[in-house]
Design a protein around this ligand. Sequence first.
Ligand code: MTE
Ligand code: LUZ
Ligand code: MOS
Length: 753
Amino acid sequence: MKNYDSIRHVKGESLFIDDLSIPSSALYCAVYASPIAHGKILSINLDEAKASEGVVAVYTHSDIPGENQIGGIIQDEELLASDHVHFIGEPIALIVAKTQSNARLAAKKVKVEFEKLEVITDPKDAFQKGSLIVKEPKVYISGNVDEVWDKCDLIIEDTVESGGQEHLYLETQSSLCYPTEGSGLKIISSTQNPTAIQRTAAKVLNIPTNQIESEVSRLGGGFGGKEDQATAWACLAALAAYKLKKPVKIILSRQDDMKMTGKRHPYTSDYKIGFSKEGKILAYEVTYFQNSGAAADLSTAILDRTMAHCTNSYFVPNVKATGWCCKTNLPPNTAFRGFGGPQGMFVIESAIHKASKKLGMEPYQIQAVNLFAEGDEFPYGQKIENGKAKECWERMFAKYDVESVKREIDQFNTSNKLFKKGFALMPICFGISFTHTMLNQASALVHVYSDGSVGISTGAIEMGQGVNMKIRQVAANIFNIDGARIKSETTNTTRNANTSATAASSGADLNGNATAIACNAILKRLINFYAAKNNVTDVNSVEIRNEKLYVNGAEQNYNWTDLILNAYQNRIDLSEHSFYATPEIYFDTKTNKGKPFAYHVYGTALTVAKVDCLRGTYEIESVKIIHDFGQSINKVIDRSQTEGALMQGIGWVTLEEIIYNVDGKLLTDNLSTYKVPDINFTPKDIDIEFLENSFNKPGPMNSKAIGEPPFMYGIGAYFALRNAVESFKGNTGIKYEIPLSPERVLMNLYEAK
Ligand code: MTE
Ligand code: LUZ
Ligand code: MOS
């Protein structure tokens, strides 16, 4: 069965927003954004901008017919700033012009006077000044840490830093909005959440939700950056289209996209951890200071996942995790693959690494004795069921003989002065489901047409992760027909309403399960129809195999297209709308206990890094992975998702450094200053093994979600690299800080020498 998306991508036939043909009456937008990170707006002068060539209209907050509010979880973000600005890049005025360059030129002519206010960029600084998104902390408690510190053989405390990350989706934020009959609008946008756009645009324009049709065909990547943050741009295009009754297009330039949109949340985290002399973790206390940026966006949900993943793959009997969403004058930080999980996991891995020196053990020996076992409880109360942490770990050791990898590396390091190697193991455990239980719902609308072809509409957004292909496979598997007959339709709120974002790695799970329900319902009607018509008393004896009808195992001279045409002629409904809500999950947000996840994804990575100690340059030589895919629906997609996520994770911990100056100005606002991993940086040896005999009932066809979990294998590259650096300079206490960039590697190699 062919993956049309990948074929069209390589042929250049896939249509992204900037590829859509538009009427000549279309207008183009540009935004005048705040040049200062915090201030009061004293005056706005639009005269020059309005007089600029090709300008049709310039709008500010006072032109918004409805609510000037786009906050998703907390209502704290204006579409166009009214009296204060809170970050550089915050939209203040919208310029609409005949061409894109007319609009961008005019945007430079807007004049705004500000009174500057204090700028905060650091989360701890924000915390100390009481600048918080939510005044109360989140606190997850299990056991009682205070009762066990006395019983620990080793206690260590430290502070860990992790930096932000730019999504760098290939397609920048973009939207194209058409006025429709009456006061309606059709918004086409590059979003992971078309329903959020529909709802928010309705609120901003003060029209009913049903007046807005929100549509997506595919994204040139999202990675979380379009879960919440596509909304502003779509609403701006909608505002202009609504006011002017003309099609309106907005596309951010790469640099504007980097400057104006939020990124992965940087964290500063303080921890205290206690061990027995055997390396068992007895107590873990951690406080996360999340750099949320200037508005809530998804920060509170992201913090929830940090807390939920605070012990990674390890059972810790006594945990106290506290989290603060700290408000700073940076663009609101947002969802990014892993959604706070990586930030939480890096802290405990750092604690284990630091403790290993004091305990005289290897980090992997500490990791091994603490891995989750069946029945263990997560800090949020869920029990390990069908856990695979130890299985993946043990399979790794069986396959690769980690002890001899260590011996070889030790030998290499003794016989080489200027090159050093290091390795690390990185187990992962990632919960699947939106932590906010309500969001775990999806619908599908399946039509079988009279020629036997099938169209499937769901809320899933295709962003390169192959969700459409997987959904087609689910349908083809149920109908037992050639996948070439099945088409994934665009995602459109008039076909699937009240959809959740395609996020939390659950797109294929939720929409695949909904699709299965619809296909099963249609199949049942078809089989009943056939049985009744042919006087077959036992409907269970009728089945379709490879498009052929079988009764009691005997092939009939009758196939799928005969069946469909016949059913249609006999007035059988060939369409179905279905609904799926993940069963059994719940979460009490007062106690922070429950069963928030349908299941968990597990795996282990073994990473080897090599440092050139003269130059500070380095190479991630190899990454071996044992991963629990459940029963993979599509091994090509799952393998490439694993590789892509791994590389994005390695980029986060080794190369990608976002730097804001003290005035809140982004210094790394283009690809000459912001470095992402490329093909030359990719390990030459990436080996991925699919864990055998894993079956996952909540997943379609027993599969497991794949989008985010492998990102966290990347963390292993940090420790492998760090170990290599340490073996050059001896253990002199390098700060635990992401990214371990080439600059930092070089400084660390020579700092103490
Ligand atoms: N893969 C590609 N090629 N492009 C993307 O934007 N997003 C990732 C992951 N893989 C992404 C991707 C993120 S952040 C998530 S949550 C999942 O895909 C979403 O898709 P799924 O739920 O269908 O796995
Ligand atoms: N988005 C969200 C997510 O709203 N809730 C989540 O739990 C989540 N997890 C991962 C990625 N996106
Ligand atoms: Mo992914 S961060 O859930 O979009």
